[in-house]
Design a protein around this ligand. Structure first.
Ligand code: GLY
Length: 369
């Protein structure tokens, strides 16, 4: 696909959303199989991204059909809280693009309550000894923390601002400091999993997680860090978080191949035949636009330019605008290569961050994350 204007890209996105709205609105999707998005339970960590896309489209177009389609998702997700204990640290990914944005846009009090409830749950996962938020629920992973969590911290910052109770913010800051100390390496690369002794709080191990292995550099993990650290700066004004975000962004940019779209890990023995991860690209681009907003116009230009290069490459080389059979918007995303799950597919969060990035380029300021 040749070069479109940013407005044209949004129009293509809107066409895609309209075509698939009935199907995607009836399920909680994660990845495509043969071009069609799968259907998961609403407690799955990706359940917020489709409604998030709808809320962004509502903001960008003012069309009520997007707001109406997104409306019920926070209630659907909340309902599962009452049934089973299947939620974990990703309540930020689930409630920021549903309950919290719904409350911010519409003032709906039930949405506010749901957002605060989710923040309480997330705060309850904090390990005081290790100063980290526990990621997953398995008993053998009580001391595991993952880089992805830094994208969930905005839920805590929001809850403090909304409730007037600084405890949520204190926990977010403590976790963010742990990210800087224990996840981000000197060269700007980032670990996916750090294992703490849950009793003493000491670091006992590093785990490759969804990356190639210990010591590697899972590209989506770098994207979570770029965006999450920039968010921490926006919420606290503490420059160390912006510096951390920029450090990882510089590393990310230095690792990009010719078309500017990341491979699934930046430290593979060889890239030959290895899949890309367009979701990492989209998330990193949207995170770089946050960095640009935090800097002066002149200083921020380099990150804005990189975000544009990535978003245009995604459009030209990896979008499905000319593929009506595909429900996803971006091809060539990789969910979990070591687990052999979701390789060269569309991922709902890749599509979400692409839409978000394009909307930011068009002036959309109300960040969901
Ligand atoms: N948060 C899980 C992932 O990025 O795949």
């Amino acid at each position: 696909m040749g070069r479109l204007s940013i407005q044209d890209i949004l129009e293509e996105i809107e066409k895609k959303i309209n075509t698939n709205m009935d199907d995607l609105n009836a399920k909680a999707s994660h990845m495509t199989k043969d071009g069609v998005y799968d259907c998961n339970s609403y407690d799955w960590w990706t359940s917020g991204f489709w409604p998030g896309m709808l809320w962004v489209m509502y903001e960008m177009t003012g069309k009520d059909k997007y707001k109406n389609a997104a409306w019920d998702f926070d209630e659907k997700i909340e309902t599962l809280y009452l049934l089973e204990n299947r939620f974990h640290h990703d309540v930020g990914f689930q409630f920021l693009p549903t309950a919290v944005i719904k409350y911010k846009i519409t003032g709906d009090e039930d949405a506010r309550r749901r957002g605060l409830f989710a923040a309480n749950f997330l705060a309850g996962r904090f390990n005081i000894a290790g100063k980290f938020i526990r990621a997953w629920n398995q008993v053998d992973k009580i001391g595991w923390s993952i880089i992805d969590t830094c994208m969930n911290l905005s839920l805590l910052f929001w809850a403090s601002a909304e409730s007037g109770d600084p405890r949520f913010k204190h926990i977010a800051v403590a976790h963010a400091d742990t990210v800087i100390r224990d996840f981000i390496r000197e060269d700007g690369s980032v670990k996916h999993v750090v294992c703490f002794d849950p009793e003493t709080g000491e670091v006992v191990d590093e785990n490759g997680g969804q990356g190639y292995g210990p010591g590697s550099s899972w590209s989506r993990g770098q994207a979570w860090a770029i965006y999450g650290m920039a968010n921490c700066y926006k919420s606290t004004g503490d420059i160390k978080y912006l510096k951390a975000s920029i450090k990882v962004a510089k590393y990310f940019i230095s690792c990009l191949p010719e078309d500017n779209i990341a491979y699934w890990d930046f430290r593979l023995p060889s890239n030959i035949g290895e899949p890309r991860d367009t979701s990492a690209a989209a998330c990193a681009a949207s995170g770089m636009l946050e960095i640009a907003e935090c800097l002066s116009k002149e200083e921020g230009l380099i990150y804005k330019n990189w975000a544009e290069k990535i978003l245009f490459s995604l459009t030209e080389n990896y979008s499905t605008f000319n593929k009506p059979e595909e429900e996803g918007i971006l091809t060539s995303a990789t969910s979990n290569k070591p687990g052999n799950v979701g390789i060269n597919v569309s991922l709902i969060y890749g599509d979400y961050f692409f839409i978000e990035g394009i909307s930011k380029l068009l002036g959309w300021k109300r960040s969901i994350f």
